[in-house]
Design a protein around this ligand. Sequence first.
Ligand code: GLC
Length: 753
Amino acid sequence: MIARILILLSGVLILASCQSDSNRRNTADAQIEKRIDELISRMTVEEKIGQTNQLTVYGTTEELCEKIRNGEIGSLLNVVDPADINTLQRAAVEQSRLGIPLLIARDVIHGFRTVFPIPLGQAATFDPALVEQGARIAAIEASAAGIRWTFSPMLDISRDPRWGRIAESAGEDPCLTSAMGAAMVRGYQGEGADDPTSIAACAKHFVGYGASESGRDYNSTNLTERQLRNVYLPPFEQAVRNGAMTLMTSFNDNDGIPSTGNRFLLEEVLRNEWGFDGMVVTDWNSAGEMVSHGFAADTKDAAMKAINAGVDMDMMSHVFSLHLKDLIDEGTVDERRLDEAVRNILRVKFRLGLFENPYIDTARIARVTYAPEHLEAARRTAEESAVLLRNEGNILPLDASALRSVLVAGPMADAPAEQLGTWTFDGEPDHTVTPLAAIRAAYGDRLHIGYNPVAAYSREKVTAAKLAAFTAQAASYDAILLFVGEEAILSGEAHCLADLNLQGSQSELIAAARRSGKPVVTVVMAGRPLTIARDLANTDALLYSFHPGTMGGPALIDLIFGNAVPSGKLPVTFPVATGQIPIYYARNMTGRPAAGNELLLDEIPVGAGQTSLGCTSYHLDAGFGPLFPFGFGLSYSTFEYADLQLDKEAYLPTETIRASCRLTNTGKRTATEVVQLYVRDRVGSTVRPVKELKAFDRITLEPGQSRTVEFELPAEDLAFWGLDMQKRVEPGTFDLWIAGDSQSGNSVTFTIN
Ligand code: GLC
């Protein structure tokens, strides 16, 4: 009896503490709203407009301080020195009329000083907990510099590797992108936004930017509302549900409407449907660029369209500071909309605790930057992000004891700045550990390590003579480690490619290594999938490393020599040829799906009669499938999936599908498998993808070990926006896979009634 009372009592206490937690949160929010009301009541229109103005630092500190003292600036970006930030902040807090602190922002996209793999690489880990840790570390280092707002996570679904910004994304899939985005939001914002180490997250670019036509940056997108709802919006909704404090509008015009002027997105979806109470900032000058789009007649019209669409802060176009006062005086913009924008901005500043703690302890940055645990987390992320795509004859891992010499070659073997990848303004190349440095440190005492970059950088074209000399040199070594790929500048914003073959003479370099007759291991460091089909035959093994960051060298060398086992899986489909793009696994079936036996270009008889009968959806010169599918990645072990089963055959839309399989490590090494659960809705009110990732998990098993892997999938996760544009679970028959990638595995069937 006593036990029952104690259990009951503890339950009451837990309930009470949960309620007090949410009460505390509600009380804190209520107090913040009261403080906002009080502050706004004292603000002039000019001071309100000043809060909506975000500038990059420029000119002299005194010039900036003057504008700050006059209440003309609400936020600054691109200042990273704590002492400078304190000076600017003092002008706001102690020398302006109302003492409203500045919000200091920076693109901390994949680390601040300790640089992690680019987000596309982090997605390849399929390890949200690790990615969250990386974001936490980025926040600790960035906040120590005085930064309290980052323009990350970038949540653009990216299905076009020609687009340079795929590097900043989590790839092609909404489920994986949602998981990674939510993890980053949690990592950046930490336990409480008012913790001095937390930085406000910014889910960007809202929305559809990754579908820029032809993969050319800033280009138009033409996504239907249904595509937005089912594919492009979900990661943003998850970020909002996980507390993202800000969002950024995207550069693209979708269906002719620039996102920065899209009231449907910014009011209807973001505020009314999702209940977002944070702040919306434009992208750099994207408000002003509505004039160039032809959506605004002039900058005054652009200001009106942006503020009335629901934008709160204008990054660097000045249209708010130039025109809002007149627009309000003329009655074209209601001052209440301005008040709402200022309220959203002040709410972020209050929640971050900036009014209580506006200044930085300038001694903190030295204590936290490059902390050993930060570097180890970066190394582990680089290790988990590498994807083993080829390993002929199980040449990897190399056995150092069986080798006398290794030739390290290629333009990416010792390229500390390139290895960091795009968006690393604050990374310091002299802290990068390259593969060459790492192999020398780890094996220099027992291996003769040769080094020949052959090309000074990825685009360099080298002579046939130089390649021949390299082949001769390589023939005198026991193994060749080639590091190729892309210079960091070849991906990222505004850096798009129409041809995805390896740049320069890198393919020729791999072929030259093959001619040496020695084992060839190729590592590709890039910001995107590249069309490497023609290179595969010339390398025994290929490890793909999406610009791995500061600690990429040790991670890759550990993988190559077997101190670690590859576990990365592709977050994006690899095309055979650029012409296949867009190519992604969650495609529609079409009325004439490829059968897999289609005649390819060279198989079509000369003089063949013209026919369109029996034709299917494929390219004569590239076939139908990808080079490597989404979710693919090899290991140094092998895994067997068996005994796939469901707890029932039929479910109600309110029930949960319990799926399981038996996973066995059938290899010789302890290894980690990313187990993926896919579902197909066979018939819908609109056609449904042939497969959609719905869950995944990392499972580590010793050789011979088996484990039952279980997933609980709420049937409501199968809901989609159908013909009537309502989100619902439609009854019908579904297929379910649990497999190691998006193309393999058997399925089971269930129904929803
Ligand atoms: C850039 C990018 C955006 C970035 C912003 C601030 O143009 O589009 O992602 O956060 O400007 O640097």
